[in-house]
Design a protein around this ligand. Sequence first.
Ligand SMILES: N[C@@H](CCC(=O)N[C@@H](CS)C(=O)NCC(=O)O)C(=O)O
Length: 205
Amino acid sequence: MPQYKLIYFDARGRAELTRWIFAYGGIDYVDERIKKEDWPERKKTIFRGKVPVLMVDDTTVPESRAIARYAAKLAGLYPDDNLDAALSDAICDKIADTATEIYKIRFSEKTEEEKKKEFEDDIYPTVMKPFLERLEKWLTGKEWFVPNKPQISWADLCISQTLGTMLDKVPEKLEPYPTVLAHVQKIREIPSIKNWIETSPQTPF
Ligand SMILES: N[C@@H](CCC(=O)N[C@@H](CS)C(=O)NCC(=O)O)C(=O)O
């Protein structure tokens, strides 16, 4: 069994989905969280100077989506049906792209008021709302996200982890989507996930 080390900042960000997947799979790993003040020096030692990276023994795996997909395979959360796999990739890619849009605002120089306004006037109506409407329809009548061989997959964790942040910060935005909301909550109630949420470091983002 290789040794796994996930290297990121002390934040949920682009590493949290992989942490959920490891928690679900009961997979041992080192959760290394680089302090802000240590980053300029550490950056020089990290492949392409970007995190997250996953060390698998001495091999560095970069790119958060590739890392999460690899972790999902280890945890039995990657669909073995090819079409289900493609659909799970599609939703996780879509969510990651949306998160990138949100990060652009969050880490910009704008004031908190300006960031909030940009989310309300731009990102929410043009990106989040149409996405939530489609997801509400897709999940209606389904137990899990993938349709062909229905079973839990990393797509369900991805939906719950990302939209869970929205539930914590702007719960009213999920209220019009009861099926999505129930799905987010169902995954958060899985004992291994619930335990991770309750015991993991509390960070602002
Ligand atoms: N496409 C990459 C993006 C990685 C990325 O931009 N990471 C940010 C943190 S979320 C980073 O390393 N920022 C520090 C820096 O660029 O110095 C991924 O998904 O992993």
